[in-house]
Design a protein around this ligand. Structure first.
Ligand code: TRP
Ligand code: SF4
Length: 516
């Protein structure tokens, strides 16, 4: 997720060439307007799903995790005790910092909720897209893994791998590459003719990472990331669908429907008593006539009426439909045979009049798996806010004063906190009179993301005292500095204790790719 190096750190210039892609995985980790992520990019708000959690993590409670795609699917699986996975990846380009610690927390929390947990060291990406040497990468890899363990990752039930030593991921990346072309990478990432091919390969490797937990068996998977990674998430969801042999939809007649048309068609079907000569078999033409007079005029009505008229005397009957989207003939034949009850085949479609869409989908997935397919479920994601830099601007890995590394000597980290920029008033008198702006304060963020841990009373106190002018920045920073020192001392003790665990783990600490 968050490497915060500036764009000129990008050897082949692909990040710099990216203004076409408003969210840039290799650009700066800042978001000007979080609300635009919902409206323009289709990220969904977390509130509704997070509110339903019996015991949400502090990052949900404090709005740090603000958005998601398809996360309900993962939560449903976890609540039902069904398999689910969590995976995220880290580019070992510098020391791990508090932004990475947040992702470690997200992975560990899902692991504790019962998810199978996966952590990826994105060393191929660091090498290809950031130009890091293998020696540097190996150093940082150790540091990431020690901190991951220190935060509570259980290596016995979880998996850690590095991209450069994961043949199954490599093989999947190659297969995925069959379904991706250059124009698409240009459109998604702003790549151009000067982009290094290895950088493009690193994209496919990340797509394979995101699907890696499903190589064992298809399962809902959540990828915790910053919003800069959303282009990767969307692409992975697309590729997962393109790898399928079958797709399942709901239909009412031989023609296909858009989602909007399907919703309207359901209403038309429900009203069949009012217009059908024989309500047991309403005809498409009858439905069209009713729709034209009864429903408000919209583009959806127009297109649905045309489809219904075209189908004429065909009966309007709800059905689950499976479409072969790249299934070998043998798989399609096997599926047809296994669909119980009334069914009809039109070319590469099979309509079932008795199975629900969900039942048909799980049957199709089983047949796909039996015929050498992957049966991928679209991966889900949750998105967290970026931490601000301590010195005002964005947090940057290349500017040590702007962030606190998990390997910083605790006393140095405390000094950085005491020197941090705040969103308080310039004088004590004004602070008492008007209060500070905790929502815009990097020091408040330290409390909310890290220092308060699970203690909501502390974040609330800091917030209200700050906004109410009872809290002065000097005192606030002194308290934060003290907490930071204690937090890091403890974290580093855990890191030291994790050395032995790491040595016993099945992960390559020296990349097989390095020649030095
Ligand atoms: N691209 C991510 C970053 O910039 C790292 C990464 C690699 C990753 N594979 C991943 C993140 C899979 C999430 C899921 O840090
Ligand atoms: Fe930030 Fe604390 Fe000052 Fe408020 S009192 S502006 S939270 S440093």
């Amino acid at each position: 997720m968050t490497d915060n190096s500036p764009q000129d750190d990008d050897p082949d210039g692909a990040g710099a060439a990216a203004p076409t892609a408003a969210l840039d995985p290799w650009g700066a980790d800042t978001v000007a307007d979080y609300a635009a992520l919902f409206d323009e990019f289709g990220i969904e708000r977390i509130d509704t799903v997070a509110d339903a959690l019996p015991d949400p993590h502090a990052l949900f409670r404090r709005g740090v995790i603000f958005g998601h795609r398809g996360y309900d699917r993962v939560l449903d699986a976890l609540a039902a005790g069904e398999p689910a996975a969590v995976l995220s990846g880290f580019m070992p380009t510098g020391a791990p910092h508090l932004g990475h610690k947040m992702v470690f927390d997200e992975i560990v929390w899902h692991q504790q909720q019962g998810a199978s947990a996966h952590a990826v060291i994105a060393d191929l990406e660091a090498h290809a897209a950031r130009g890091r040497s293998w020696a540097e990468i190996d150093d940082h890899t150790r540091d990431y893994l020690l901190s991951l363990l220190a935060v509570g990752f259980d290596p016995d039930s979880g998996e850690v791998y590095r991209q450069s030593a994961a043949p199954a991921v490599d093989a999947l990346a190659f297969e995925l590459g069959i379904h991706a072309n250059l124009s698409e990478l240009q459109a998604i990432y702003g790549f151009d003719g000067t982009t290094a091919i290895a950088h493009m390969q690193a994209v496919l490797t990340q797509m394979a990472d995101i699907l890696e937990p499903q190589l064992e068996a298809p399962q809902p998977t959540v990828i915790p990331v910053g919003p800069d990674q959303d282009p990767h998430i969307r692409f992975a969801r697309d590729l997962a669908a393109r790898m399928r042999m079958f797709s399942v939809t709901e239909a009412y007649a031989s023609f296909e429907l858009t989602d909007a048309e399907r919703a309207l068609c359901a209403e038309v079907y429900a009203a069949r008593e009012t217009y059908a000569e024989d309500p047991a078999t309403p005809r498409c033409a009858e439905a069209a006539a009713w729709l034209r007079t009864e429903a408000a005029e919209t583009a959806t009505r127009g297109s649905l009426v045309a489809k219904l008229e075209n189908a004429g005397m065909e009966p309007l009957v709800p059905r689950a439909r499976v479409v072969a989207t790249g299934a070998p003939e043998a798989a399609l034949d096997a599926l047809i045979e296994q669909v119980d009850g009334e069914k009809r085949r039109y070319g590469a479609h099979i309509d079932s009049f008795e199975l629900s869409a969900a039942a048909l989908a799980s049957l199709a997935r089983a047949v796909e798996l039996a015929h050498g397919g992957y049966g991928f479920i679209a991966p889900s994601a949750i998105y967290h806010r970026f931490m601000s830099g301590l010195t005002g601007g964005k947090m940057s890995s290349s500017d040590p004063a702007s962030h606190i590394a998990l390997t910083d000597p605790p006393a140095d980290a405390a000094a950085k906190v005491r020197a941090a920029t705040t969103a308080g008033q310039p004088t004590e008198a004004l602070q008492r009179e008007r209060g500070g702006d905790p929502d815009a304060c990097p020091v408040y963020e330290l409390y909310a993301y890290t220092l308060a841990g699970d203690d909501d009373a502390l974040t609330e106190t800091v917030y209200t005292e700050c906004a109410g002018g009872e809290r002065l920045c000097g005192d606030c920073k002194a308290q934060a500095a003290e907490l930071m020192e204690a937090f890091l001392a403890d974290h580093q003790q855990r890191r030291a204790a994790a050395e032995a665990t790491l040595a016993a783990m099945d992960v390559e600490l020296t990349s097989p790719r390095g020649r030095d």
